[in-house]
Every structure is written in C-alpha cells, then in structure tokens.
Design a binder for this molecule. Structure first.
Ligand code: AP5
Ligand code: MG
Length: 209
C-alpha cells in the first residue's frame, strides 16, 4: 500500500509518518529531509530551501526515482512532502503505474496558518535520532538535552510565509486531482498527535483487510 501524506507546513506530516512507519513497517520517503541532506553539499539547493521556494520539478523527480530505485521501493511507501505540484503528481502516477502499483491513500492534515506559525517556531529536531519535538506541545523525554536540539533554517517567518503561499498555489490544486484517482481523507490536524495517529491507523487497517 502506498500512502501520500499531505498538508500545510507544520501540519504533522513527519510526526504522523514516523508513527505509521513504526506501526506498519512502511518505508519512508521524506522529501524535505532527503533534500536537506543533498543541500549539505549543494549550496544552490540549500538557498532554494532556505528561501521557502520549491526545488524545480525535474530535479525533484529525479531525486525521488534515484532514491526509490536504489532501495527497490515501489510499494508500502509513505510519501511525505511529495508530490507537491501537479507535475510531480502526474510523474509519480505514471511511474507507479509502470511498476503495477498505485497510490492507495492520501491523508490530508489540515491546520490554519496561525497554527503553522506557532508550531514551526517551536519545532526542534534531535540530530542524533531524527525525532521531531515541539517546545510547546511535544517536549522530548528528560534524558534529551534541550540544548542539543536543532531548529530548521527554513523555519524563519519570511520562509514560512513563502512556503505557505506555495502550498496554497500549488499543492491545494493537486489534492483536487488526487481525489479523482485515489481515496483522499482529510483530517483535522488540530487534534492531538495520538488521536490523529489512531484515526489514520483505523483507515489504514480497513484498507489492508
Ligand atoms: P518539508 O521538510 O517537507 O517541509 P514542509 O512541507 O514545509 O513541512 P514541515 O516538515 O515543515 O511540516 P510537517 O507537516 O512535517 O510537520 P511536523 O511533523 O514536523 O520541505 C522543506 C522544503 O524542501 C520545502 O520548502 C522545499 O523547498 C523542499 N521540498 C520538499 N519537498 C519538495 C518537493 N516535493 N518539491 C520541491 N521542493 C520540495 O510537525 C511540526 C511541529 O508541530 C513539530 O514540532 C511537531 O512536534 C508539532 N506537531 C505535530 N503534530 C502536532 C499536533 N497534532 N498537535 C500539536 N503539535 C503537533
Ligand atoms: Mg516534515
């Protein structure tokens, strides 16, 4: 089963993707994290990301296929942050069709803009484990040193604004297109992390039956 996790910045895509991978053993393609690794060696990619813009479609799709081909991954993948444009979606759809698989489910996590800003300014990541925390809503366990946690370079107000604009302009349209081809479920992202996880688990289990 292939699942797309969609939603505005800070809606909890990464948080929910990790919980789903732990529970069901899905493979995880996190476009932002993959690009952040590339950006360490490619300043031009880092500049695009820090400004909140999107990496061009052609480049992005070639990164995706390089990753999936290298790991021989065509099924049981969670796509977090990809596709993000109609072009990327059409590419993925055709690419999966060639492998005789499809997108089975798209979960859209919905939160308002003020929640995005609140969450991203308090988001921190543990560089050792990759775990995401929140200084307001989701503190790390006591054995994690708060000073060792890092903040993303694109979690600055002007980048967040740009990222939200692009989400409305490019990604919202794509969801309408996805609704024509796959099961799309919209979830209120303001609920607690555990409640959202439980809701997604119920949907996934019903599709796995
Ligand atoms: P990416 O890394 O994908 O960033 P994003 O879409 O902006 O989403 P975020 O990672 O900011 O949010 P999230 O939904 O994962 O939330 P999280 O779980 O962390 O992309 C970064 C950049 O890479 C893009 O701007 C672009 O430049 C480039 N890029 C990526 N994909 C691309 C593509 N396909 N094409 C072109 N360019 C691409 O949660 C946020 C915080 O909230 C955390 O602190 C968490 O603890 C907390 N939280 C989560 N859920 C809850 C909850 N229910 N209640 C309270 N707090 C919560
Ligand atoms: Mg994320």
């Amino acid at each position: 089963m292939n699942i797309i996790l969609c939603g505005p910045q800070g809606s909890g895509k990464g948080t929910q993707a990790r919980l789903l991978c732990d529970k069901f053993g899905f493979f995880y393609f996190e476009s932002g994290a993959y690009l952040r690794r590339i950006a360490n060696e490619h300043p031009e990619v880092k500049a695009i990301m820090d400004s909140g813009k999107l990496v061009p479609d052609k480049e992005m799709t070639s990164y995706l296929t390089a990753f999936l081909d290298r790991e021989y991954l065509y099924d049981d993948v969670i796509f977090d942050g990809f596709p993000r444009t109609l072009e990327q979606y059409n590419f993925l759809k055709n690419w999966l069709t060639d492998k005789n698989v499809k997108i089975d489910l798209c979960i859209v996590l919905e939160i308002p803009k003020d929640e995005t800003i609140k969450r991203l300014s308090a988001r921190r990541q543990d560089p050792k484990t990759g775990k995401i925390y929140n200084l307001i809503t989701d503190l790390p366990p006591a054995d994690v040193d708060l000073n060792s946690l890092i903040q993303r370079d694109d979690d600055k107000p002007e980048s967040i604004e740009k990222r939200l604009q692009l989400y409305s302009a490019k990604t919202a349209v794509l969801i309408e297109e996805l609704e024509k081809d796959s099961k799309v479920v919209r979830i209120d992202g303001l609920k607690s992390i555990n409640d959202i996880h439980a809701e997604i688990v119920t949907i996934v289990e019903s599709l796995l039956k």
